[in-house]
Design a protein around this ligand. Structure first.
Ligand code: SAM
Ligand code: SF4
Length: 384
């Protein structure tokens, strides 16, 4: 472990440190490092708890080429009919309506978004809308072929899920994936010129808690940002409770043991591009300061600052991942009502419905560390 003179975090269980004491990481000022223009903002979208909504996660499909043990049963889930899945012009129309009311960042997710054959075309269309940030979450299986075209189409950033660097474990957790293919995909992401790539790991006791440092080193050496996600009681994730659930306090202990003291980050340094819920801590690796992201939905909820909504593959708006209820938007796009034929009328109808449903957005989730409080739906049905 390399020595560091940087300020240290308090022991586990205590509050995050003051951000005034800071680690000198390079400050990332531009939203995505690529100099894209600010989006045209017309209105602000606020929920009933005065939280401003700026971030949309879109599930492009409920299909997936993996069957991760904490996400899906081995036989998969009952799939929605293909005809119900939103087409490119419909997606573009909803995103345009949301940009008009203040959404500035969009993440494409799923299911596995790369199984959609029109993904590159969709990215090109959305990139033309002037979003501050357009990103993708993927299991990485198809990135060797897609990284370059996605970059050319205007995608800003990619997050790759990677739970282990051990090939046998990888096969066990994904049931179908090939680790070598995903690692090659990560290299392709670098070669394509993407920056601020995040590596997302669901932290699980007895599965990958012995790989925290290995995953961090792998990420640091390639300039990726490692992030550890608490297992959520959603879908097959509930089966991991209580034994597999690894709270973030324990992750901090592991990081301290492996890298020495954890460092406070200033507000500017804390946030790599994106507006996700991760809290970042700094560690020193080979004399260089590095960030590690911790996403602690269960043990340290971040609902007070929630800025996001989710669109399912069939066009249902979920205001919270933790609940099953959703509001249909697709019917407005597919309506035969003459009053909705005009694009502007549809945009107004979309805006009104979104604003109404947002007043009912819950103040927070009800996840417990015993593994209760999650939705009945699987994450792939809502959009991860
Ligand atoms: N297929 C893509 C992927 O795996 O990145 C995107 C969709 S996936 C549902 C989005 C993220 O949710 C992944 O990082 C995955 O590991 C995570 N995830 C799935 N089920 C989870 C659970 N029960 N608890 C915590 N994270 C989960
Ligand atoms: Fe598929 Fe992603 Fe779920 Fe794994 S976590 S089964 S890759 S949707």
């Amino acid at each position: 472990m390399t020595e560091t003179s940087l300020p240290t975090l308090p022991p586990p269980g205590e509050r995050e440190p003051s951000r005034a004491r800071s680690l000198h990481l390079p400050v990332l000022q531009e939203p995505c490092g690529l100099g894209f223009a600010s989006p045209p903002r017309h209105e602000t979208l606020q929920d009933g708890h005065q939280r401003t909504i700026t971030y949309l996660r879109i599930s492009l499909t409920d299909r997936c080429n993996y069957r991760c043990t904490y996400c899906m049963p081995s036989e998969g889930i009952e799939l929605v009919p293909k005809a119900d899945i939103l087409r490119l012009p419909e997606l573009e129309e909803i995103v345009s309506a949301l940009i008009r009311v203040g959404v500035r960042r969009v993440r494409l997710t799923g299911g596995e978004p790369t199984v959609r054959k029109d993904l590159v075309d969709l990215v090109a269309r959305l990139a033309g809308l002037g979003l501050a940030d357009l990103s993708l979450s993927t299991n990485g299986q198809r990135l060797t072929e897609l990284a370059q075209p996605l970059r050319r189409a205007g995608l800003h950033r990619i997050n790759v899920s990677l739970d282990t660097l051990d090939a046998a474990r990888f096969r066990r957790v994904t049931r179908r994936g090939q680790l070598a293919q995903v690692l090659a995909g990560l290299e392709a992401v670098r070669a394509a010129g993407f920056r601020h790539t995040k590596m997302n790991t669901v932290a699980m006791r007895g599965f990958n808690d012995d790989e925290v440092a290995t995953l961090c080193r792998y990420a640091f050496e390639r300039d990726f940002i490692p992030r550890f996600i608490e297992l959520m009681p959603i879908g097959e994730g509930t089966l991991g409770y209580p034994g597999t659930f690894l709270p973030t306090t324990e992750l901090r202990q592991i990081l301290r043991r492996e890298f020495g003291s954890l460092c406070a980050l200033s507000a500017a340094e804390d946030r790599p591009p994106g507006v996700g819920p991760a809290r970042y801590v700094g560690v020193s690796y080979q004399g260089q300061p590095r960030r590690v992201g911790l996403i602690s939905a269960v043990s340290e909820p971040f609902c007070d600052s929630c800025n996001r909504i989710r669109l399912s593959a069939t066009g249902s708006l979920h205001t919270c991942l933790a609940y099953d209820d959703a509001t249909e938007l697709a019917d407005l796009l597919r309506s035969q009502d003459p009053a909705l034929r005009e694009p502007l009328a549809r945009q107004r109808a979309l805006r009104d419905r979104i604003q109404t449903v947002l007043q009912r957005k819950r103040s927070g989730h009800a996840f417990t560390s015993a593994g209760c409080g999650g939705p009945a739906k699987h994450m792939v049905a809502i959009g991860g």
